[in-house]
Design a protein around this ligand. Structure first.
Ligand code: SF4
Ligand code: MSK
Length: 653
C-alpha cells in the first residue's frame, strides 16, 4: 500500500490499483515501473528524421570537455538543430490534433447552419453574433441561419488559407499583434503552418534552431488563436456557452446497480448526442428490462469536461484513471473517439467484461468494437452504442468494486461567464477583477493546465502547485486533466476559498460567490484563457499587453504533444510558462537558454522547467511580483488590510 501511495494521491485511484493487482490486470502504473524512459530521447537528443540515423547526440558530460558544437549527427545536424527539430515536431503534432478536432466541428457547424444536420442546432445566438463580428461578417437584420452559414464557411477557410493572417489574431491586444508582425510569426493558415513546420524539420531543411523555434511559434499560434479557438467558439454556439453548473467527480460516480457507459476522448459531438438520447423511454425501458436500475452516462478526460461544463454530467476521472474505471468491473461500455485513449484499454477490458467501442474513423484500436460515428445519423449511432452497453450488462463478473469517492464541483467558467459574474449582467466587465489585482487582494492570475503523467505521482504536482498559488492569493484558471485534479480535491467549490485561499483572494471569492480555482473546460478551451487574459488587458489598468499582466502558466504533469503546442502559444502570447516532469530540449543548452531566457526579450514571455511544485509556485509568484512592480502596483499589495470595512466595500462592489 505504501508503494501505491507513491503512485497517486487520489484514494480512489489507489484502491483500484490494488484491485487491478489482485485481479492480475496490468496497468500503465505497472509499465511505468518496468520500463524507464530513454534518457537520450527524453532530452531531445535523438534524431530519426532519416534512414542514416537514428543519430544520438547526448549532451556531453562536463568532464569530457567536448564543446557542444562538435557533437553532430551523420548529416552534421547539431545537438541544437536536433533538439529544436524534435520540439518543433511536437508543436506541429499538437497543433494538428487540436485543429483537426476543430475542422470536424466546423464541418458539422456549416452543415447544421445549412439545415443538413437536423440532429444539431444553433443553441447560442448571442455567441454566434459575437463570433460573426470577430470574423467580419455582417449581422444587420440577417437571419441566424445566414449568419451561421457565413461563420461556418469563414471558419473552414481558416484551415486552408494560404496568405494573409488568421482572422482571430486581431482578438489579441494590439501591441501583441504588432510584436507578432514584427517577428514574422502571424499564422497564415492553420494547415499551412503545420505542413510548413513538418517540411522545415525534414532532413536537410531548416538547420538554424532559432529559425525553427520561431516557425514553431507561428504554428503554435495557429493552434491557440486558430484551431483551438475555432473549436471552442463553434462548440459554444452549437451546444451552448458554459455557465456555472454543479457536478460530481471521481470513480465513485459509477453505479453498481446501473448500466455504466463511460465516454472518453475529446470531441463533444457524440457525447452531446448520447446525453440527448440516454433518457429516451425506449432506452430506459430496455435498460430496466436487464434488471439494472437505469443507465449511468459518465465522462472521462476532455470528453467529460465538455459534457460536464454544459450538462453537469458526472466525471469518472482524468487521464491516468481511464484503465481504472474499467478495473471497477462496473463499466459496461467505454466509448472513445480521439486523443489520449490508451491502447491498453483493450487489454484491461479483456480482464473484465467491458466493451471498448471506438467511434472515430481516425482512431481505431485493435481488439475494440468499432461503431463509426456519422453526424448525419448521430442519434441512431448513439442508440446503437447504448444498446451494446445494455446488452453487455448481463456479462458482468462478480468482482465489481466501486470506490465510494466522489466530490462536488462547480464548473463552467467561460470567459464570458467570468465577465458577467464579476460585473453583473448590466455592466459586465473584467474591471472588478483588475481593481482587485491592482489593490492587491488578488496577487495575480495563473493558468494551470494539462495532463497526468505516469512518471510522477498522479495528481500530486498539479494539486500542490495550485494549493500553493491560491494560498498566496493567486487566482487559478484550470482546464483539461489538471481541472479534474482540482475537482477531486474539492478546490472547485466556493467554500474552498475559505479553506485554501489567502485572505485577499478568499474575500473576493466570497463576495462574488466563486471558487478560487475556475474550471474553464477541455484542452481546446485553453483558448478561453487567452481570451480572459486579453479581456483583462482591455479592461485597463494592468498594462497594454498580455506580457504586462501579473500572470503565469504551468503544466507540471504534462505528457502529450498537445501540451507542448499549448505551452508554446502561451509563451508566444507573452506568458511565463512552467513545465514539470521532464524538459524536451535539455540535450541542448543553447536551445534551452533561448526558450528559458532569451525569449523574455523576444516574446516577452518565456518557458521554464521545475519539477518541484512548491518551487514552481515560488517561481511563478516571483514572476507575478516582478510584473506587479513593473506596473507600479507592488506597494498597493503591501498596504492592503482586510478589516470589516474593506470586506463590506468588496460586497458592495
Ligand atoms: Fe542523423 Fe541527420 Fe538523418 Fe537526423 S537527419 S537521423 S541527424 S543523418
Ligand atoms: S485529456 S491532452 S491528458 S489534459 Fe485533454 Fe488530459 Fe492532457 Fe489528454
Amino acid at each position: 500500500m505504501a508503494d501505491l501511495e507513491k503512485k497517486s494521491i487520489d484514494p480512489a485511484t489507489i484502491k483500484m490499483l490494488k484491485k487491478a493487482a489482485d485481479d492480475g490486470c496490468e496497468t500503465i502504473f505497472d509499465r511505468a515501473e518496468a520500463m524507464k524512459p530513454c534518457p537520450i530521447g527524453a532530452e531531445g537528443s535523438c534524431c530519426k528524421n532519416c534512414a542514416m540515423g537514428p543519430c544520438r547526440v547526448p549532451a556531453p558530460k562536463k568532464k569530457e570537455g567536448v564543446p557542444p558544437k562538435e557533437r553532430m549527427g551523420l548529416c552534421g545536424a547539431t545537438a541544437e538543430t536536433i533538439a529544436a527539430r524534435n520540439f518543433a515536431r511536437m508543436v506541429a503534432a499538437g497543433t494538428a490534433s487540436h485543429s483537426d478536432h476543430a475542422r470536424g466541428i466546423a464541418e458539422v457547424f456549416l452543415a447544421t447552419a445549412k439545415g443538413k444536420m437536423p440532429e444539431f442546432s444553433i443553441k447560442d445566438e448571442q455567441k454566434l453574433y459575437q463570433v460573426a463580428m470577430d470574423l467580419d461578417i455582417e449581422i444587420a437584420d440577417r437571419s441566424v441561419q445566414d449568419i451561421a452559414v457565413d461563420v461556418g464557411r469563414k471558419a473552414l477557410e481558416e484551415f486552408g488559407r494560404q496568405e494573409g493572417e488568421l482572422l482571430f489574431i486581431k482578438r489579441a491586444p494590439a501591441k501583441r499583434q504588432e510584436l507578432w508582425r514584427k517577428l514574422g510569426v502571424v499564422p497564415r493558415g492553420i494547415d499551412r503552418e503545420v505542413v510548413e513546420l513538418m517540411h522545415r524539420t525534414h532532413m536537410g531543411v531548416d538547420q538554424d534552431y532559432q529559425s525553427l523555434l520561431l516557425s514553431a511559434a507561428r504554428c503554435a499560434l495557429a493552434d491557440g488563436w486558430g484551431g483551438s479557438m475555432i473549436s471552442t467558439d463553434l462548440q459554444d454556439i452549437l451546444f451552448g456557452n458554459p455557465v456555472p453548473v454543479l457536478g460530481q467527480i471521481n470513480l465513485g460516480v459509477l453505479k453498481k446497480d446501473q448500466i455504466n457507459v463511460v465516454v472518453h476522448g475529446h470531441e463533444p459531438l457524440l457525447p452531446e448526442v448520447l446525453v440527448a438520447v440516454v433518457n429516451e423511454p425506449e432506452i430506459q425501458k430496455a435498460a430496466l428490462a436487464t434488471g439494472a436500475k437505469g443507465i449511468n452516462l459518465v465522462g472521462m478526460c476532455c470528453s467529460a469536461n465538455e459534457i460536464l461544463m454544459r450538462h453537469g454530467v458526472p466525471v469518472a476521472g482524468n487521464f491516468l484513471q481511464q484503465e481504472l474505471a474499467i478495473v471497477t468491473g462496473a463499466v459496461d461500455a467505454m466509448v472513445v473517439d480521439v486523443q489520449c485513449e490508451m491502447q491498453s484499454l483493450a487489454q484491461v477490458a479483456k480482464c473484465y467484461h467491458t466493451k471498448l467501442i471506438t467511434t472515430s474513423p481516425k482512431a481505431k484500436i485493435e481488439g475494440a468494437m468499432h461503431i463509426e460515428f456519422d453526424e448525419h445519423r448521430a442519434g441512431a449511432v448513439a442508440r446503437k452504442i447504448l444498446a451494446e452497453a445494455i446488452g453487455n450488462y448481463k456479462n458482468r463478473k462478480s468482482n465489481v468494486e466501486i470506490p465510494e469517492e466522489t466530490t462536488d464541483q462547480v464548473v463552467g467558467f467561460s470567459y464570458e461567464t467570468i465577465n458577467y459574474l464579476l460585473g453583473g449582467v448590466f455592466r459586465a466587465s473584467y474591471r472588478p477583477l483588475n481593481d482587485n489585482i491592482i489593490n492587491g487582494r488578488i496577487r495575480g492570475i495563473a493558468g494551470v493546465v494539462g495532463c497526468n503523467n505516469a512518471r510522477v505521482t498522479h495528481d500530486d504536482p498539479n494539486l500542490t502547485l495550485i494549493k500553493e498559488l491560491i494560498k498566496n492569493d493567486v487566482i487559478v484558471l484550470v482546464t483539461g486533466c489538471a481541472a479534474m485534479t482540482c475537482g477531486k480535491a474539492g478546490l472547485l467549490t466556493p467554500e474552498a476559498a475559505k479553506l485554501y485561499a489567502g485572505e485577499g483572494l478568499a474575500s473576493v471569492c466570497e463576495a462574488v460567490g466563486i471558487p478560487p480555482v475556475l474550471h474553464m473546460g477541455a484542452c481546446v478551451d485553453n483558448s478561453r484563457i487567452l481570451m480572459a487574459a486579453t479581456a483583462v488587458v482591455k479592461a485597463g489598468g494592468l498594462g497594454d499587453d498580455i506580457s504586462d499582466l501579473p500572470a503565469a502558466g504551468a503544466a507540471l504533469e504534462w505528457m502529450s504533444e498537445k501540451a507542448v503546442a499549448i505551452g508554446h502559444y502561451f509563451v508566444a502570447s507573452g506568458v511565463y510558462t512552467v513545465f514539470g516532469v521532464t524538459w524536451p530540449t535539455s540535450g541542448s543548452e543553447e536551445v534551452t537558454k533561448l526558450l528559458f531566457e532569451e525569449y523574455e526579450n523576444v516574446f516577452k514571455g518565456k518557458w521554464g522547467f521545475e519539477a518541484d511544485p512548491i518551487e514552481a509556485a515560488r517561481k511563478m509568484i516571483e514572476h507575478i511580483d516582478k510584473k506587479r512592480k513593473a506596473l507600479g502596483i507592488d506597494k498597493a499589495r503591501e498596504r492592503v488590510l482586510f478589516d470589516m470595512d474593506k470586506r463590506r466595500e468588496i460586497d458592495a462592489a
